[in-house]
Design a protein around this ligand. Structure first.
Ligand SMILES: Cc1cc2nc3c(=O)[nH]c(=O)nc-3n(C[C@H](O)[C@H](O)[C@H](O)COP(=O)(O)O)c2cc1C
Ligand SMILES: [Mn+2]
Length: 333
């Protein structure tokens, strides 16, 4: 049902006309004609924040689309901080990000030098065009809306450039955002519950709606504090499951095992109705959604909980697969 051809994953750069800071965000872009684009961004985006500044100045917006780069470039571009994001990308890659003057605006707008393809365009603050339907991260088609149009000014590329595409709604799409959301939630939770050990945004929750949090508790109130903190730190986060350090948060099966055996619906559930969520969740009432969490941690008092079964280390180290399987089969294991 896609409206037509799309650039599914360009990193769209926009410069704050007041401070000169550059924002980067992966946004889908509809290709209306060979030179006309429609750029999709929601009001919560930093892109929108800077767009409004150009609109107030009644100026067109210079934007660049970077298509294809090092994976760290893409993950670094997804930080939730309102900062100069190319610098964050450099931090993430481990060396300064190489940039070069654009064809259209020269040194005024710099572009990533090592990108596979760079599209330079001028976005209008008054001309809007129909955008969507298109596959959303929730794996449903979203509604049509009118979004800003842009005119392509120049395209540069490497010789034999690779075109980077993602499969909308699938793991390669949603996982691009996950590390930065995890880092953001981790820092927020750490400031109130220092015993937090890890945060994971699983693909089963489209890497946005479910958060799994692992903690080493120092009191029995911490798990619910984690739930409340995570739920108000990112509007997407809808369900939070808190587990102990012996549960692997990167394994859905282990997390659901903890829910099955370490939580009681009448005591361990948090429900907060009427919070701000994402309208792309079809079960929500527009942007208004009920959020909640499950405390799936054991009570701190060890006397109140049985020990988990386990095979002693001494036995595990005695068992050698070579004693049971032929070597050609072992190579395939
Ligand atoms: C593949 C991919 C496509 C995305 N498409 C859009 C989009 O079309 N519109 C949008 O508002 N956000 C989109 N996002 C989410 C933003 O990239 C993400 O929220 C980003 O952190 C926003 O940057 P900001 O914090 O600078 O606003 C997409 C994310 C990915 C990974
Ligand atoms: Mn930003």
């Amino acid at each position: 049902m896609d409206l037509g051809p799309y650039l599914t994953s360009p990193s769209v750069w926009i410069k704050d006309p007041e401070t000169g800071m550059t924002n980067c965000a992966i946004l889908r872009v509809y290709v209306a004609s060979p030179t006309r684009l429609v750029v999709s961004f929601v009001p919560t985006r930093h892109t929108h924040h800077y767009f409004q500044k150009y609109k107030a100045q009644q100026r067109n917006v210079p934007i660049i689309l970077a298509i294809g780069h090092h994976p760290a470039f893409y993950i670094g571009a997804q930080t939730k901080l309102l900062v100069d994001e190319p610098a964050i990308i450099g931090g993430f890659i481990g060396e300064p990000l190489e940039v070069t003057p654009s064809e259209t605006w020269g040194k005024e707008i710099m572009v990533p030098a090592q990108a596979e393809i760079v599209v330079e365009a001028e976005m209008s603050t008054s001309e809007l065009e129909i955008e969507a339907p298109f596959g959303e991260y929730t794996r449903y088609y979203g509604r049509q809306a009118r979004k800003p149009a842009a005119e392509v000014k120049a395209i540069t590329r490497r010789r034999d450039a690779f075109y980077l595409d993602v499969m909308p709604g699938h793991a390669d799409h949603v996982l691009l955002d996950a590390p930065m959301v995890e880092a953001h939630l981790f820092n927020r939770i750490k400031s109130v519950v220092p015993g937090v050990l890890g945060v994971h945004m699983p693909v089963s929750g489209t890497a946005r709606l479910h958060a799994y949090v692992q903690i080493r508790k120092s009191n029995d109130g911490e798990a619910k504090t984690v739930i409340a903190t995570a739920l108000c730190s990112d509007y997407h986060v809808k369900h939070v499951i808190v587990v102990d350090e012996d549960v692997d948060i990167f394994d859905d099966e282990q997390v659901l095992w903890a829910v099955a055996t370490r939580s009681q619906w009448d005591k361990d559930l948090v429900v907060i109705p009427g919070m701000m969520g994402t309208s792309l969740d079809p079960s929500a009432n527009g942007v208004v959604t009920a959020k909640g969490g499950i405390d799936a941690t054991k009570p701190l008092d060890p006397g109140r909980f049985p020990q988990r079964i386990r095979i002693p280390e001494a036995v595990m180290s005695r068992v050698k697969l070579e004693d049971y399987l032929p070597s050609d089969m072992l190579r395939q294991v």
